[in-house]
Design a protein around this ligand. Sequence first.
Ligand SMILES: NC(=O)C1=CN([C@@H]2O[C@H](COP(=O)(O)OP(=O)(O)OC[C@H]3O[C@@H](n4cnc5c(N)ncnc54)[C@H](OP(=O)(O)O)[C@@H]3O)[C@@H](O)[C@H]2O)C=CC1
Ligand SMILES: O=C1O[C@H](COP(=O)(O)O)[C@@H](O)[C@H](O)[C@H]1O
Length: 498
Amino acid sequence: MSQANRSGQTASTEIDLALFGALGDLAQRKLFPALFQLEREGLLDPNTRLLGLARQDYELEDFRKQIDKALHTYVKAEELDSEALERFLARLDFRQLDFTTVDGYAAIREWRQDGLARPMVVYLSVAAKLYGDICRHLDASGSLDEQSRVVVEKPIGYDLESSAEINDAIGEVFPESRVYRIDHYLGKETVQNLIALRFANPLFGTQWNQNHISHVEISVAEQVGIEGRWGYFDEAGQLRDMVQNHLLQLVCLIAMDPPANLDADAIRDEKVKVLKALKPFTDDMLGRDVVRGQYTAGTVNGKSVPGYLEEEGANTESHTETFVAMKTGVSNWRWAGVPFYIRTGKRMPEKLSQIIIHFRQQPHYIFDPDQRGLAANKLVIRLQPEEGIALEVLTKDSGLDKGMRLRRGPLHLDFNSAFPKTRIPDAYERLLLEVMKGQQYLFVRRDEVEHAWKWCDSLIEAWNDRAEPPRRYPAGSWGPVASIAMITQDGRSWYEDY
Ligand SMILES: NC(=O)C1=CN([C@@H]2O[C@H](COP(=O)(O)OP(=O)(O)OC[C@H]3O[C@@H](n4cnc5c(N)ncnc54)[C@H](OP(=O)(O)O)[C@@H]3O)[C@@H](O)[C@H]2O)C=CC1
Ligand SMILES: O=C1O[C@H](COP(=O)(O)O)[C@@H](O)[C@H](O)[C@H]1O
């Protein structure tokens, strides 16, 4: 079966997918539901086969039951079309395997015998420290051929050095053109729309620079806490978990120059230029422009929740940050002098991811002086929960007694109401489809990962030198008060028109 790619050409989606970590959290919660949605939408080639690999031993029927259970848990009941479900479960196969020893890998080669004509996609839904072993064992067991692709999850490593080691190990087996590094934010509908918005609309194309934009704000607020992942998270912290990948990818898509075309490398070359131009941290910026926080007990959605240090498995001494806010920038001609304020945290009052582009005021202001604060357009790009784009514009307030009073209102595009019949696909659906088609433009190239680490490492090093504990914030709040002060010191505030 062929699918139109982004420039309208067709690409085959006929593959064999081998999923390592098939019983893990990500696979159950996101990957199988996304694959099922592709089935339901008729986007899985009839010949595509799915192989689950896990440490636990399951009979095939029990594995299928387990996936059926996961789908009933994570897919909306009205979307669980029974025919699609039956077709989907019938595609599944299962092998028990210890990923760290080469012995069992022959089972993958044998499974492949029936499908040698189609490419194999190997999805590593396991901790990154296993990537090297798995790639080597796949190679040594003769399970791969020159068409095989590998998909790896974030985070790749813990810093630049460990990331380079992991990428080297992957690179010994797979050339870069067959490595698909996931950053699931790149699969979100509105994130992709950023490319359309910026490069298809002359209105924005001409305004997208320091002459017209005063500052950029990115907030990725999560309601969830650590969700049983304390061991992983405490090693990482919010900077490594969210900023190094998702938030920096958003910065790239906002700040990059227009690519020459939509080819993966054309886009990725432009993103790398942004990463290289990110403002380095200096010691005086640390106290003023960066705030680290850690949540204490509080209330989220009317429910009491424990503090970070009281979470299951917690170490009471931990100084790991669950919140980070910073003012940074991109040192180039387009963005000189334009601050990028970014913040992300766990246990915030709501799940909200949005980007606000604040445009500059008109050079000469002629309206009511009291309303001067209103007088600038804002482009609000909402990633979640509802996805949409709104341009805040100023119009005259209606009414005979209002004179030339201004009113702020949105020119609004809410994807759910504007295109009510279109289901917004989950990021993983889009990403899995692109891997099947062999399209890399939504995946992260090795040099992107490494430049992002380099920038984060310099900040972490500076934090470590200072050895200051994170500032506390109660769960259910918008983070430490200092993160508000960080932006108000510039006469600005975080956008609050939620
Ligand atoms: N979960 C999430 O929301 C997100 C996860 N990720 C990334 O996705 C990847 C997977 O994460 P997640 O699903 O949460 O992790 P889990 O630990 O839930 O899943 C990993 C699976 O791999 C299995 N496994 C580990 N070692 C071996 C081995 N030697 N042999 C066979 N099986 C093994 C584990 O089996 P067992 O249980 O028996 O140990 C487990 O089922 C990680 O790289 C993570 O960073 C990225 C973004 C979000
Ligand atoms: O990669 C990760 O992302 C999630 C947030 O993803 P979202 O799509 O729900 O915004 C985050 O909770 C997790 O800690 C991190 O590893």
